[in-house]
Write a protein that binds this ligand. Structure first.
Ligand code: GDP
Ligand code: ZN
Length: 450
């Protein structure tokens, strides 16, 4: 079952000076290949921490460290593996790498260790994906979700659905083969019941995708509005610290600033843009162009107006740029009073005073609601866009199947065919079947050495 592939190597720790730097080697015959450069007191035994000296081509000591040998199949990749902890100096690690590259061990591709672990059945696909999620997690909630997925929570959920369909398929196929004989069969009602359960579970899983993608990727949130409405003040108030420059001269934020903010475990990339309006000023017009760009790349926009005065043409110009997008209207400067016309035009606007810090909690709440972050407290797993796409395809088979079963009996042959197709997508989700394209798409987003 476990296959040992050609040896690969990578530096697994970040580049730069550190206490320890780790080199990872995996594949067929790695122990033989490194032995020549390694001096230990006794024989190298699997799963022992060996104090060792790393020797160069001339037998000179290059560095000292700790070496652990994992014998196949009891390793991360399932192959023979060696991990060397050396001193964390890029010079040492690079020299060590060179030595082993000369021995014919090739440099690992991003995520290749985990890919091998997957190919050797050490992890399924959702678990392998969780390794990358875990490494990239920017908030504690994102980390929690990733570690649960790594421990197989999502696989368990999907596998239970697969098992239900497989069971159903077994009944239906028995029905086809032995239809003339007297064997227990499954009724249409029972089939319908199972399919509806599966449908419900898939819908529940799919409902977590928005929050799941938010947790994994974070969102870009752009603050826009005409000059001087208080964008930079709002940026600072949301961050809870001074970062953007606030001035009374309109058009001061010439470029744009961005900072990461964590709200309820969601990583948010907050962007303060320059005021948008037509301008002659060259420097500002670059800022203006960028803010239009940042609106276009934003997942959500905070559209800010000075709510103490009636709206002006500039406000409408900006509004026309954002109204088609996911946005929240922020009525700022309410400490100076709320202009009645504004309250009428934007009744759903969130009233705040960025300067006084009033209304920030309300604004955050509206943001989280809009982002769809609430309502998943009971969920242990959050699916990714890839998962949701496969779940949707599976549902696109199951739903019509339920409808036609409700209306009439369908032949067991057709039923079996449809069930098998619905299963294919769930199989793909956990990686029971994969293609090389899917594999490379998934593992290319990993870092080297993982
Ligand atoms: P931007 O050009 O949109 O980034 O606006 P700034 O944040 O630089 O603010 C412009 C001016 O409005 C500054 O003088 C701020 O002190 C003032 N300002 C911003 N927010 C408020 C607010 O909520 N209340 C009051 N009274 N003044 C504000
Ligand atoms: Zn500003």
């Amino acid at each position: 079952m476990v296959k040992q592939r050609e040896p690969i190597i990578a530096i697994a720790t970040p580049y730069g000076e550190s206490a320890i730097g780790m080199i990872r080697i995996s594949g067929l015959g790695v122990l033989e290949k490194v032995k020549k450069y390694v001096r230990t007191k006794g024989e190298i035994k699997p799963r022992y921490a060996h104090f060792f000296a790393l020797l160069d081509e001339d037998g000179q000591v290059l560095d000292e460290g700790v070496l652990i040998y994992y014998k196949s199949p009891a390793s991360y990749t399932g192959e023979d593996m060696i991990e060397m902890c050396l001193h964390g100096n890029p010079l040492i690690l690079k020299r060590a790498l060179e030595l082993f590259l000369k021995e014919g061990i090739r440099l690992a591709e991003p995520g290749e260790f985990t890919k091998r672990a997957f190919l050797n059945g050490k992890l399924d696909m959702t678990q392998a994906e969780a390794v990358a999620d875990l490494i990239n997690a920017k908030t504690d909630l994102a980390r929690k979700v990733a570690i649960r997925q790594l421990q197989g929570e999502l696989s368990k959920y999907v596998n239970s659905l697969r098992e239900k369909l497989i069971q159903l398929l077994a009944y239906v196929e028995a029905d086809i083969e032995f239809s003339e004989q007297d064997i227990p069969t499954i009724s249409r009602e029972e089939i319908l019941q199972v399919l509806k359960e599966v449908q419900n579970s898939i819908e529940t899983l799919m409902s977590t995708v928005k929050a799941g993608e938010l947790l994994r990727k974070g969102i870009n949130l752009a603050i826009v509005g005409k000059p001087n409405v208080g964008k930079s003040s709002l940026f600072n108030a949301l961050l809870g610290r001074e970062r953007a420059i606030v001035t009374e001269v309109p058009g001061t934020t010439r470029d744009f600033l961005s900072e990461e903010l964590h709200m309820e475990g969601v990583p948010i990339n907050l962007i303060d843009t320059a005021g948008i309006r037509e301008t002659e000023d060259v420097v500002e017009s670059i800022g203006v162009k960028r803010s239009i760009d940042s609106i276009n790349s934003a997942d959500m926009v905070l559209f800010v107006v000075d709510a103490s005065k009636p709206l002006e043409k500039d406000d409408w110009d900006v509004y026309n740029l954002v109204k088609q997008r996911d946005h929240i209207k922020v009525l700022n400067k309410v400490d100076l009073g709320l202009d009645p016309s504004i309250a009428k035009i934007f009744p759903d606007g969130v009233r705040v005073s960025a300067k006084m810090g009033d209304g920030m909690q309300d604004l955050k709440k509206v943001m989280l609601e809009k982002l769809g972050v609430f309502g998943y407290e009971g969920m242990k797993v959050y699916v990714s866009a890839r998962h949701a796409q496969l779940l949707k395809k599976s549902l696109e088979i199951i739903e019509p199947l339920i409808h036609s079963l409700e209306k009439q009996d369908i032949s067991p042959e057709i039923l079996a065919l449809e069930l098998r197709e619905a299963l294919v997508y769930l199989d793909e989700m956990v990686g029971a079947i994969t293609t090389e394209d899917v594999l490379s798409a998934i593992f290319s987003r990993f870092c080297i050495g993982k």
